[in-house]
Design a protein around this ligand. Sequence first.
Ligand code: FRU
Length: 494
Amino acid sequence: MELKTLEKARKYEKENGEKIPASERPLFHLTPYVGWTNDPNGFSYYNGKYHLFYQYNPYDTRWDSMHWGHAVSTDLVKWEYLPAALAPEDDYDSFGCFSGTAMELPGGKHFVIYTGVKKAEDGKEYQTQCIAIGDGLNYKKYENNPVLTSKDLPGGLSPYDFRDPKVFKDRDGKFYCVVGGKDEKGLGELLLFGSSDGLDWHFESVLIANDGEIGCMWECPDFFSIGETSLVLISPQDMVAKGLEYHSGNGTVALIGSYDRTEKKFFKHSAQTIDHGIDFYAPETLQAPDGRRIMIAWMQNWDTCNTSGFKSRPWFGQMTVARELILKDGKLFQLPVRELENYRREKVEYKGVEIEGVKSLEGIEGRCLDMTIKVKPGDYDKIFSRFTMYFAKDEDHSSRINFYPAENIFETDRRQSGSRRANIHQRSCNVKDLGGEIELRIIMDRFSIEVFINGGEQAMTTAILTDPSAREICFECDGKAVIDITKYSLFSED
Ligand code: FRU
């Protein structure tokens, strides 16, 4: 097999990434410099900047030969491309440098741990954990890679499904990493490994095992605390739908609970979907210097990425906006990072507007915006049955969100957005019963709509293909609603 070297990738992306006009990309959602991206990787704060690496195939807009692309930001909103950081050029990662994480080392170096995948002669893909150490620009793979192999796994775990290490330092000053594994029944286990120097690793415990309730293999684990509460984020494969909380296929789930540091075990008290939308997978978090827990995810999903149309673009895949995670009453809430507010321009505000039938409002339009809308029933004795907003609308296209107060259901629907594929275009979730009221924060970029419901209690993310010339927004109510709305354009260019 011809190895894809880093030098070749850097040359290729420089020549081809620069050719993509900024107008062809989202304004503030990171896309691959050129080609394909899936998971965010190595999301970390290092040397005064946020670093975001990403699963990357520069050579095509489809998944293949995973590299790590690289971007940096000072504010989590504007990203600047750096040259690719890792390429599948060694024997142990010749099939791909899969997902992983990064952290700053006490000595000032940037530490990266990732899954190296090798296709062996038997045709099977062996997954091991590997290290690279760098200065924020160039990364050198560790000479003793791989540092964790199937030999380090407890009995019965698969050597083909051992991936996505999340590294962190705990209170005892030791390094730990959580890696996804798979047992004989095909169910995920999160394995905890420890190290005193970050180089020499040993098995510590099974942090938590999947009892079969939530999907099969758990990809891209994350593990951290907010205050006294510990959280595990997972991206389970092969989920079975359960009410409106979990949909089938690839989902994302937050396990909320506690960590027993003696046993090194996580105990789940509750679980919830992280984002109820169509396009969200493989979230990764970091702790910002000011203590906030910030999450970024792939704004796609394996079950929905077969959307034609992106084929006509020189990139495929975007990251979500960076979101702050908050715990309230034992539940995980999320909101866009406050840094986004620095890019607000041209405020348009309405108060107490009655919506009966279809209505558009002067100045409420556009594709790159930050909008807050409060919806109330016009008549509390006769609450409307559906409130709808249309986005990215022109004569032939639109994407909608619907709120059904009688059922307390919120829905995203992009059936008319211009897709040529019959994959998932609708998704719903339950929202809190507020007597017909709802509050929405809506972040739009050229190719996406992210909705944060009732202060971030639920999020719903949808990527759209619609040509950016479709800019209309309008409201529809099949009864009477009253809305307050504050809308800003994001950046001045729209
Ligand atoms: C999740 C995932 C990871 C893996 C990577 C490969 O989307 O399947 O488990 O490391 O993508 O690109």
